[in-house]
Design a protein around this ligand. Sequence first.
Ligand code: NAI
Length: 392
Amino acid sequence: MNVGIIGGGTMGSGIAQVAATSGCKVKLYDTNQAALDKAKASLEKILLRLIEKGRIDSEEKNRIQANISYVNNLKDLADSNLTIEAIIENLNIKKKVFSELESYVADDCIIASNTSSLSIASIAASLSKPERCVGIHFFNPAPLMKLVEVIPAIQTSKEVLEKAIQTIKDWKKVVAVAKDTPGFIVNRVARPFYGESLRIYEEGLADFATIDNSLKSLGHFRMGAFELMDFIGNDVNYTVTETVFTAFYFDPRYKPSFTQKRFSEAGYLGRKSGKGFYDYDANGKKIEDSNVIQSDSEESQKLANQIFDRVLVMLINEAADALFLNIASAEDIDTAMTKGVNYPKGLLAWADEKGIDWCVSKLDTLYNEYHEDRYRCSPLLRKMNKENKTFF
Ligand code: NAI
C-alpha cells in the first residue's frame, strides 16, 4: 500500500513510522525542508534505540527506513492509496491542501485528516469527492499509543470507513469509531480529569500534590491531573479545553479554568518550560517538594476519598453521556480511555463496579450542593439506575 503523509512534524513523522513498520511504502511530505530533516534524524535515533532494547535488528531498521521517502512536492503523493494529513490545525490551510491534493491522486484514494479539533465534515467539504474523506486520529507519540480514533464524517462512504478501519488494524493499532463531534471520544471524555481537579483546587479544598496523590493512590491513574497537565503543556491543554467548550456552545460542563489560563499566560507551561504546577530540572524531571508532608490521618484519608470520588464520578458521567448521545459504543468508549490515555480501567466498567446507584447519588449530591448545570447527571445513568441495569 502506498501511503502519503502530509506534514512531517510530531504527528506526521510518528504516523509515517507506524505505516512504514507495517510494510507500507510511505512518502512524507512537508513544505519545510528542516522539518523533513528533523523527522529523518529523529527516526534514525528512535530505531537505534529500538535495536539497543532488542526490539528490532538492523535489517528491520533498514527495511523501515527504506520504506520512507521524504518529499517536498505535493504532486509526489499522486500514487497514494491513502493519505493522512497532519499539518497545522487551521481549517483554511487544510482545505487548500486537500483540494490541491485531490487534483493529483486517483479517484479511489482515501484522504484522511489527523485533526484533533476540527470537524471532519468541514474538511471533507473541500473535496469534490467528500465521501473519500475520513478522520484518522492518532495519539502522541503515535508509534507508542495503541489507540486510533476513526471518525466518519456525514459525507464519508461506508466503504471508505471500512477500509480505513481495516488499514489501521493492519498497522496493529486498536480502533475506536467516534462520531464527528468536538473532541471525538478521548478529548471529550477526559475533560473532567483536568477540569474537576482544577475546580477542587480553586475551591481551596486541596493543593495540587494532594489532588494528584488521591488520583494516583486511590484511582491508580499513572499521573495525577496536575502532573499530566504539566506534561502535556498548560498552553496546549488549556486550548483543547477552550476549543471543546466553545464547540459545545459553552456547555458549563467544559468550562475552562482561570487557574490554568493564568499559568499558561505566565509561561508556566509545565515540563517544557521548567515550571508549571510543579518545578522541573533541566532534564524535565519533577523536583519533589521536600516540604510536602504526607499525612495518613483519618481526616486526610477522608479528603483523598472525597477528591477521587468527585473526579471519578464526573468522568463516568461524561462517558455515560457520550454513550447516551451515540458518540461511540460502550466498548469503544472504554477502549479509547484505556488505550488512548492509559486509564487503569474503562470508565463504564468502573461505573458498573462502583454501582450505577452510587454514581447517580454522588452526582445528585454535587448538583444539590452547587446548583450548577456542570453537575447534572446524564439521563442515561438515571434511567439505568431506575431499571437496575449495568453497562456490561
Ligand atoms: P507540528 O507543528 O509538529 O507539525 C506540523 C507540520 O506541518 C510542520 O512540520 C509544518 O512544517 C507542516 N506544515 C504546515 N503547513 C503545511 C502545509 N501547508 N503543507 C505541508 N506541510 C505543512 O504539529 P503536530 O503536533 O504534528 O500536529 C499536526 C496535526 O495533528 C494537527 O492537526 C493536530 O491537531 C493533530 N494532532 C496533534 C496531536 C499532538 O499531540 N501534537 C495529537 C493528535 C492530533
